[in-house]
Design a protein around this ligand. Structure first.
Ligand SMILES: Cc1cc2nc3c(=O)[nH]c(=O)nc-3n(C[C@H](O)[C@H](O)[C@H](O)COP(=O)(O)OP(=O)(O)OC[C@H]3O[C@@H](n4cnc5c(N)ncnc54)[C@H](O)[C@@H]3O)c2cc1C
Length: 382
């Protein structure tokens, strides 16, 4: 398999094979020979036949000597990377999809193969050598990277590659390779949790803090509100310059461009260097200065202290979430009861429930509105 282009698709990513064939053609030598395209199917995860639509020259079916099946996700990464490195000797390049599992596996495989790893890229062939191109500096520059040392392991941006015009076709030979690997004994516990997108460029909701927060401790109110909203944390440039937050949190022309459904800037003035990179369906600003430029962009403006209104907002959101959860479980209980009653009665009760639900919502809204108009409460400008 030396010199082959090795493809490790996550599912039926025919586009990876299409790209492998394109790269193989560009790498073909003067004698017309080009690298073979080899698909890898891990036993228990991908059936070798599932790779046929990609028309690799060969499918390698990797099995464990102990008869165990390979595992998907984080718990199986170490075993798959070790097996992959053992099953493919000195490949020309290893291609994976740019998915969370693909990037995990790429990182572990490149370590095992002692090669370079580039994620979320597209491959080019320059003077017979492979390079990997990918966006840099939040998309404002394009970097092209060469490789040294062992074989390159890359994850390809399959969205950018698009759908192949004519999907490759063929019936590759299948070769089984048994690999002896130790179990993933370092992984004791795997839990899937719903975390907000950490890459600001991809996040759908962002709460950001500005210089007005006064220091790194001031970002606790941002963290708290972001946590309540399930949002990512961002910042204007001064907090990042001051080292209160890492540089990758910076939003603006010299930071990340964001495109979100909800943006909540706290103690951010709204300078054009910041706002030029903000695209938000809804912007809720909290600023102590009623003349702050940020209010020109706000759908909802809260004039006041971020340390007062941030926590109040977080508390209100958590209370609303709890109310909704309680409502849902009550609805569940009611439904069970309803199922035991006659159909006619059930309809009547459901209607009654709906009314109650609406009344509850209305009274919550009124309470909030009362609070807003209170002299001590937040002043709201729209
Ligand atoms: C070449 C260049 C590139 C730049 N690139 C970027 C960039 O990428 N991103 C970026 O953000 N900036 C960038 N800047 C900086 C930009 O010009 C502004 O200086 C910066 O955005 C201001 O950050 P700020 O709003 O957090 O701070 P400030 O301008 O200091 O504003 C702080 C705000 O907080 C409010 N405030 C204070 N205390 C409170 C409180 N307790 N509660 C509520 N509100 C409060 C104040 O009323 C004020 O509006 C760049 C500048 C240059 C020259």
């Amino acid at each position: 398999m030396t010199g082959s282009i090795v493809v490790v698709p996550g599912s039926e990513e025919t586009v990876l094979f299409e790209e492998a064939h394109r790269v193989a053609a560009e790498l073909s030598g003067a004698d017309g020979t080009s690298p073979r395209v080899v698909g890898v199917a891990f036993d228990g995860l991908t059936a070798p036949a599932a790779l046929s639509p990609g028309a690799p020259d060969e499918v390698v079916h990797v099995l464990r000597e102990d008869g165990e099946a390979f595992r998907a996700g984080a718990a199986g990464v170490r075993a798959r990377a070790t097996a992959l490195a053992a099953a493919v000797s000195e490949p020309r390049v290893v291609l994976l999809p740019d998915t969370p599992d693909g990037t995990d596996l790429a990182a572990a495989t490149s370590r095992a193969l002692r090669g370079g790893c580039v994620t979320d890229c597209l491959l080019r062939v320059r003077d017979g050598e492979l390079t990997a191109g990918r966006p840099a500096y939040g998309g404002r520059a394009y970097a092209e990277l060469g490789f040294e040392g062992g074989p390159p392991v890359v994850t390809l941006n399959t969205e950018a590659l698009g759908t192949p015009e004519t999907a490759p076709s063929g019936s590759p030979s299948v070769r089984s390779v048994e690999v002896g690997i130790e179990d993933d004994d370092r992984v004791r516990h795997v839990e899937t949790v719903d975390v907000p997108e950490s890459d600001l460029a991809k996040a759908r909701r962002i709460v950001a803090g500005g210089f007005g927060l006064g220091g790194p401790d001031g970002f606790q109110v941002v963290d708290d509100l972001a946590d309540a909203l399930g949002a990512a944390v961002g910042a204007s440039r001064p907090p990042s310059d001051e080292g209160w937050v890492p540089y990758d949190r910076q939003i603006g022309v010299t930071g990340k461009e964001i495109d979100v459904e909800l943006y909540v800037p706290m103690a951010i003035s709204g300078d054009s260097y910041h706002m030029r990179s903000v695209n938000a369906d809804t912007l809720v600003a909290i600023n102590a200065d009623p003349d702050a430029r940020i209010f020109n962009f706000a759908d909802i403006g809260i004039v006041g202290d971020a340390f007062e209104h941030g926590p109040a907002l977080a508390e209100a959101i958590r209370a609303a979430k709890d109310e909704r959860t309680d409502g849902q479980s009550a609805e569940g209980e009611q439904n069970t009861e309803d199922e035991q009653t006659a159909e006619g009665e059930q309809t009547a009760e459901d209607e009654h429930d709906d009314e109650n639900g609406q009344d509850e919502e209305r009274s919550t809204a009124e309470a909030t509105a009362d609070g807003e108009s209170d002299a001590d409460g937040p002043e709201v400008t729209e």
